[in-house]
Design a protein around this ligand. Structure first.
Ligand code: SF4
Ligand code: SF4
Length: 84
């Protein structure tokens, strides 16, 4: 599964920003009510398994508060020894 990491303390809050909510084609970011230490309210995440790892959110977040990691689509190739 693709992984979304939200750096809550870096977020300026969905009320003042909310770009991630706007740009995600899967509506994975939602309004939340839990503030960070600075008093801003970062988005919640729902249905993370539907994330396509398009990285719209990661590229668009002005505070670099989102990191998206794409799950490997294929298992790693078998290692072939140097001597064949
Ligand atoms: S990577 Fe794409 S699908 Fe996944 S949460 Fe970000 S914008 Fe949504
Ligand atoms: S785009 Fe970034 S700063 Fe803006 S609400 Fe989303 S996570 Fe927070």
């Amino acid at each position: 599964m693709n992984g979304i990491t939200l750096l809550r303390e870096s977020c300026k809050g969905t009320e003042d920003c909310g770009i991630c909510i706007f740009v995600c084609p899967k509506d994975i970011f939602v309004n939340s009510e839990e503030p960070n230490d600075a008093g801003y309210v970062p988005p919640g995440i729902k249905n993370e398994e539907q994330c396509t790892a398009c990285r719209n959110c990661m590229i668009s977040c002005p505070d670099f508060a989102i990191v998206v990691e794409k799950a490997p689509s294929n298992p790693p190739d078998e290692k072939v020894g140097l001597d064949g």
